[in-house]
Design a protein around this ligand. Structure first.
Ligand SMILES: [Zn+2]
Length: 348
């Protein structure tokens, strides 16, 4: 084993599940290696699965709290307990992080002081940091010291969607392992195993999930199909220049508190554009197996026939820009209205 790993891949493709599985196997007390690989139920394995094991150190982002806040520790503890409870129930449960959530200096200090103590039990101490993009600035530098001089019998596992937002010095000290998005078949199979949903629902959800099982869960819990038709209404209203309808949808999509929600709602618009582009590229015959959504009223074919590649790709670009602007703290209704104007100029 290397002393530090960086698991890179899209959210919901199994990075955290793999990290926890490694922690479990490294600490299993069952003598037979075969048994430990086949889902052992020894005390240690059980503790790891519940995230309650003295050799397991989960590091999740926490809300930044005022230094003077006397309730700081209890609040942070309860956020952490809540994350752990949800991840114990189902490790693929989407982690809804507040935009301000960060891995804090206090957490890294606490981790370093715990790891500096001698181990009083067998096994390997496993630190799981998820997601490492939330480790920045001073805490990142403090963590770097741990990577430079890792304690004995210790394995650090960081997860991230990409290395873009990580310190290069952190990336270079970890062994990188890439995770691919799950295939549509894998997601369909798991939806069927867990919930026995009708095949066409499993198919649609698998397509919309983009290879993320966490996304599949949130689609199943939410109202994905309604949002899909609302995003089509948004495109239509933008093309027709229907200001009243645009304002109505922009209002329903705008969520100042949880920007993730706005992003999720607008992201359905991507599917229509993507499918039209696939139709253009592969033609009607081969498009049907790639199409991700139920093709109401041949909308996708109509879009593919009416618009050029150039028009569709500039809409795609405008959508990407809007998504990034939402990440960068823009005024959400303004960004969405600007998007509608761009769609109108490009597609009318
Ligand atoms: Zn075991």
């Amino acid at each position: 084993m290397a002393h530090a790993y960086l698991f890179i891949g899209p959210e919901g493709c199994g990075k955290l599940a793999m990290a926890l599985e490694i922690a479990r196997i490294l600490n299993c007390t069952e003598a037979s290696a075969i048994k430990s690989l086949q889902g052992c139920d020894c005390k240690s394995c059980d503790g790891i699965r519940r995230w309650q094991h003295p050799n397991l150190y989960p590091v999740f982002p926490l809300p930044r709290l005022d230094k003077l806040d006397k309730n700081k520790v209890p609040v942070a503890q309860s956020v952490l307990q809540d994350i752990i409870a949800r991840k114990t129930e189902d490790i693929y449960t989407p982690l809804i992080l507040a935009d301000t959530g960060r891995i804090l200096l206090d957490q890294i200090r606490d981790l370093r002081s715990k790891l500096s103590l001698t181990m009083d039990r067998p096994g390997v101490r496993v630190i799981i940091m998820h997601p490492a993009e939330r480790l920045r600035d001073e805490p990142a530098n403090a963590f770097l010291k741990l990577l430079e001089e890792p304690p004995d019998k210790c394995c650090l596992i960081l997860t991230a969607e990409s290395t873009r937002d990580l310190l290069p010095t952190i990336v270079s000290r970890c062994q990188a392992i890439k995770f691919a998005p799950l295939t549509r078949e894998e997601i369909k199979e798991e939806i069927d195993n867990r919930w026995h949903k009708p095949a066409e629902i499993a198919e649609t959800v698998a397509c919309l999930s983009g290879g993320s099982f966490s996304q599949a869960i949130s689609i199943l819990q939410g109202d994905a199909l309604d949002q899909l038709s609302e995003s089509l209404e948004f495109l239509r209203a933008a093309v027709m220049g229907n200001a009243e309808k645009i304002a109505e949808i922009v209002d329903s999509w705008s969520n100042r508190v949880e920007r993730m929600k706005t992003k999720e709602k607008m992201s359905y618009t991507f599917f229509w554009i993507k499918d039209a582009m696939i139709w253009k590229a592969f033609g009607e015959e081969s498009a049907s197996e790639h199409l991700s959504v139920s093709n109401q009223d041949n909308v996708i074919e109509k879009m593919a026939v009416r618009y050029s590649d150039k028009q569709l790709s500039s809409i795609w670009q405008a959508l990407e820009e809007t998504r990034r602007a939402i990440d960068d703290n823009c005024i959400i209704p303004l960004a969405l209205t600007t998007l509608a104007l761009k769609i109108n100029r490009t597609l009318k």
